[in-house]
Design a protein around this ligand. Sequence first.
Ligand SMILES: Nc1ncnc2c1ncn2[C@@H]1O[C@H](COP(=O)(O)OP(=O)(O)OP(=O)(O)O)[C@@H](O)[C@H]1O
Ligand SMILES: [Mg+2]
Length: 269
Amino acid sequence: MKPALHTVTSAPALPAYVASGNECALFEHAWRNQLPVLLKGPTGCGKTRFVAHMAARLGLPLHTVACHDDLTAADLTGRYLLQGGDTVWTDGPLTRAVREGGICYLDEVVEARKDVTVVLHPLTDDRRILPLERTGEELAAPKSFMLVVSYNPGYQTLLKALKPSTRQRFVAIEFGFLPAEQEIAVVSAESGLPLDRVRPLVVLAGRLRALKGHDLEEGVSTRLVVYCATLIAAGTPVADAILAGMIEPLTDDADVKAALLDVARAVIG
Ligand SMILES: Nc1ncnc2c1ncn2[C@@H]1O[C@H](COP(=O)(O)OP(=O)(O)OP(=O)(O)O)[C@@H](O)[C@H]1O
Ligand SMILES: [Mg+2]
C-alpha cells in the first residue's frame, strides 16, 4: 500500500499569496462559522499556496494529505501499529487535525477511495464528529478545526466525480489564473526575475492557455511560468528556459510542440 503523503506545518512564516478576489475573506468566514471548504481549479494556480497562507494567517496547524487511488479511510483516521511488541494506536492526519483543532487539507480528494467519504460525511455536516471505529472513540471537532479539500475539475472523469451528497457539504471556491499584472508580480517575486523580463513570459502563458481544449489538455500553470522565470534568473537562455519550463511539460506530441514553439517565437521573438 502506498503511504499517505502527509506533511504537517505548524506556526509557519506567512507564505506569500496574491489574492485574485474575495477568497481570503470567504475562507476566513467559513472557518469562523465551522464550514468546510472545497477549492477547485486547474493545476498550479495557487490552491495549495492559498491554504498554506490562510493556515498561517489564522495561526492554525496544517495537515496536508496528497490523496491517491489507494488512500483509505484508515490512512486518514489512523491504525494500530506494532511498536516493540505492542500494538499502539497511531492517529492519522485527519484525526490529528481534529484533536489539535487545525486544518486538514485533502489535495485531489476525488482520487481517494470511496470509504473515505464515510469519515468525511459526519465531519462535514452539523454533527462535526469523527467516529473512530477501531478505538470506539467519537471525537467532536473543536470550533477551530476545518476541513479543506481540493480537486481539478479538468481531470475529473464521471467515474471519479464527487457525489452530490459529498460536494454539497462544502462551501466551494473556484480558482483560475491571476490577471496578467498580478501574475507578473507573483512570478517576479517567486523567481527573482525583474518584472519587465517576466512580462513577456506571462503574455506567452496567456497565449498558450488560449490553446487549451484545441491542442492542450491543460493550460500552462503559474507554477510552470515560475519555473521558466527561475531558469532564466539562473542564467538559462530564454529560448531554452521556455522550451524546458513551459513547452515540454505541456505535451509529448511533436506537432503540438511545434505549434507551441511557433507561438513562443511570435511572442518572444
Ligand atoms: N496567487 C498566488 N500567490 C502567490 N503565488 C502563487 C499564486 N498562484 C500561484 N502561485 C505560485 O504558483 C505555484 C504553484 O501553486 P500551487 O502549488 O498552490 O498550485 P495548486 O493550485 O495547488 O496546483 P495543483 O492542483 O497542481 O496542486 C506556487 O508555488 C507559487 O509559486
Ligand atoms: Mg496543490
